[in-house]
Each structure stands twice: as structure tokens, then as C-alpha cells.
Design a protein around this ligand. Structure first.
Ligand SMILES: Cc1cc2nc3c(=O)[nH]c(=O)nc-3n(C[C@H](O)[C@H](O)[C@H](O)COP(=O)(O)OP(=O)(O)OC[C@H]3O[C@@H](n4cnc5c(N)ncnc54)[C@H](O)[C@@H]3O)c2cc1C
Length: 292
């Protein structure tokens, strides 16, 4: 089912993002993780897409495996940087033929080993161009999501400009947005206020990142302009030598974040699962009653 319809029909719920399995033989593990999380009756599940098409086949295969093994609504992430209208059309035609009708339309980033990559060359420059292209060519066949950045995208000159660009993506036909991870809900609430002021009325799902490896999270955060609250740094300090301690402290922090979001009327939560069911269950199980 199209996510646009799902969000109309369901007043609350969670969604799960996966990356396509990489190692040969890990497909069974992957599908078992998806099956386990299917128990939370997600609104949809999504599979990431390597910029430049680096995971194109694996993303497609993962989506088809999920469709074959479950009844879940699926969404493909799709990046347009370096793509041509012909390559995007070919992917979308194939998705259409296989009943994959939800797309998270993204610009993507140049692969880190491609120094000197010129973002201005190519048929699509911004995610908005991809949204526009899909809408023009396929009308309402696809439900389209886009990315949003509570603390601003690293390349954006200001918070104000970044939200104007999000408005352009919504005006081009995006049905909903999913945010970059954040660890202080104040950024999300402030962002939602600014979005409303700019007339952005599509649902904006908060992107929730579990914390299992604190150093890795800090590294991600430095790339994507997400900040780590001082209070979390302080709580982590005494447990940094203990993976179990990091996981417990991280789960407590993210669980409290989710609880606060729900108590403040947020109806949908999108989880970056990192292909692990256990950490997501640790966060969601204590929230069962609130999520009903
Ligand atoms: C939920 C989520 C899922 C993601 N999944 C993936 C994935 O599967 N694969 C992957 O490779 N990456 C993924 N990303 C990362 C994403 O590709 C990067 O953050 C990328 O740098 C920006 O993509 P975008 O779609 O937000 O780009 P855009 O919306 O195009 O924005 C890119 C930059 O351009 C600016 N901009 C936008 N429009 C204009 C304009 N008209 N004029 C001037 N500047 C403009 C924006 O402010 C921003 O700084 C994901 C991000 C999120 C939040």
C-alpha cells in the first residue's frame, strides 16, 4: 500500500529502515530481522540505496525478499546524484512492475573515494528534481518521501534556507518527510514549528537512531551535522569501556527521547534499525502501552 494512504489510515505507528545485506549468506539473517520487527506492525519498512547506484541490485533484491516473505509495505530509497533520466526511469519501471510503489527521493552524496565529483553536473542536481521527475512521469503511482534536517543539512547556508528547500520538495509533490537523526528533541520541536510557519503540511516523521556504538554515532553525527547533547556525553563517560554499558545507556537515552516525542503528540516514529532487531525491541517494548 502507498505510504500516503497508510499515514491517512493509521493514527500512529513505527517504521523501520534497513540497509541491504552485503555478505553472501546474510540474506537469511536479514529476512529474520525483518520478520521479527514485523511483529510491531510497522507502517512500512524501507531499504537504503547506495549513492551512485552502488547498491542498486542489492536494494532491489532486499525489497523483493521482504515482499516475498511478508505482507509489509515497502519503500525503496533512491538517490539521483550522478543518475540520468534513463537510469532512473529504468529503476522506476522495474519497481512499478514489481509492485514497489513507495520511494524516498534523495540527492545522495558523492562517494568518499570520488574526489572532485561535480555536484552541478548531471541531470538531477537536487532531490527536488527527482521528486518533480517522478510526479511528472508517473503521476500518483508512487508515494514519495523526502529527507529533512532538524539541525540543517551540512551544506545548507542557514536553517532558513534549508527549510525553504524542504518546502520546495513538498511543493514538487513529496507526500511525507523523514528527518535525519537527532538526540535532543528540542531540535525536532523547533524544526516542526518552523516547518509549519513555512506552510509545510506534510507529515514529518522523526528519524530515531539507536545507540550501540557511541564512537561510530559520534562519527556519523560529525558528517551529518547532528549534535550529541552534553548530558548524553556525560552519561556515556563512565561506561565507554563497556559495550554493554554503552548499549544500556544509549537505549535509555533513545527510549526516553521516544517517550517524550509520543507524550508530545508525535504519532509516527521512523527507526534506523542498522539491521538489528534486539536494540529496536529494547527501545520499543517499554513503550508498548504508549504506542497503542
Ligand atoms: C531519512 C534519510 C534517509 C537517507 N537515506 C539515504 C540512502 O538510502 N542513501 C544515501 O546515499 N543517502 C541517504 N540519506 C542521506 C542523503 O542522501 C544526504 O543527506 C544528502 O547529502 C542530501 O540528500 P537530500 O535528499 O536531503 O538532498 P537535497 O534535498 O537535494 O539537499 C541537498 C543540499 O542542497 C540544498 N538545496 C536543496 N535544494 C536547493 C536549491 N534549490 N538551491 C540551492 N540549494 C538547495 C539543501 O539545503 C542541502 O544542503 C538519507 C538521509 C535521510 C535523512
Amino acid at each position: 500500500m502507498k505510504i500516503k494512504e497508510v499515514l491517512r489510515q493509521r493514527s500512529s505507528g513505527v517504521s523501520f529502515e534497513f540497509f541491504p545485506p552485503k555478505q553472501p549468506g546474510s540474506e537469511v539473517f536479514f529476512i529474520n530481522v525483518v520478520r521479527e520487527l514485523a511483529g510491531y506492525n510497522p507502517l512500512y519498512v524501507s531499504v537504503t540505496y547506495g549513492a551512485g547506484g552502488s547498491t542498486q541490485d542489492r536494494t532491489r533484491q532486499a525489497l523483493l525478499s521482504i515482499k516475498g516473505a511478508t505482507e509489509l509495505n515497502v519503500m525503496s530509497h533512491l538517490t539521483c546524484i550522478g543518475a540520468t533520466t534513463a537510469s532512473i526511469t529504468s529503476i522506476l519501471e522495474d519497481y512499478g512492475a514489481n509492485g514497489i510503489d513507495n520511494i524516498l527521493a534523495l540527492r545522495g552524496d558523492p562517494p568518499r573515494n570520488m574526489k572532485g565529483f561535480d555536484l552541478t553536473k548531471g541531470e538531477f542536481r537536487y532531490a527536488r528534481d527527482l521528486v518533480e521527475f517522478i510526479r511528472k512521469r508517473y503521476g500518483d503511482y508512487f508515494s514519495i518521501g523526502v529527507a529533512a534536517y532538524p539541525e540543517k543539512h551540512p551544506e545548507a547556508p542557514s536553517l532558513e534556507k534549508d527549510i525553504e528547500y524542504l518546502k520546495m520538495k513538498a511543493d514538487a509533490g513529496a507526500d511525507f518527510a523523514i528527518t535525519q537523526m537527532f538526540f535532543d528533541n528540542a531540535y525536532y520541536y523547533d524544526f516542526m514549528e518552523r516547518a509549519l510557519k513555512h506552510g509545510i503540511d506534510i507529515p514529518i516523521l522523526p528519524g530515531i537512531m539507536p545507540i550501540t556504538d557511541f564512537n561510530k554515532i559520534k562519527e556519523f553525527c560529525s558528517f551529518c551535522n547532528a549534535s550529541i547533547p552534553e548530558s548524553l556525553e556525560k552519561k556515556m563517560l563512565p561506561v565507554l569501556d563497556s559495550p554493554e554499558g554503552i548499549r544500556k545507556t544509549g537505549t535509555e537515552h533513545v527510549g526516553a527521547q521516544c517517550e517524550d516525542l509520543i507524550r508530545n503528540g508525535v504519532r509516527y516514529l521512523h527507526f534506523y534499525t542498522l539491521n538489528r532487531a534486539d536494540t529496536i525491541s529494547d527501545i520499543l517494548d517499554p513503550l508498548k502501552d504508549l504506542l497503542k
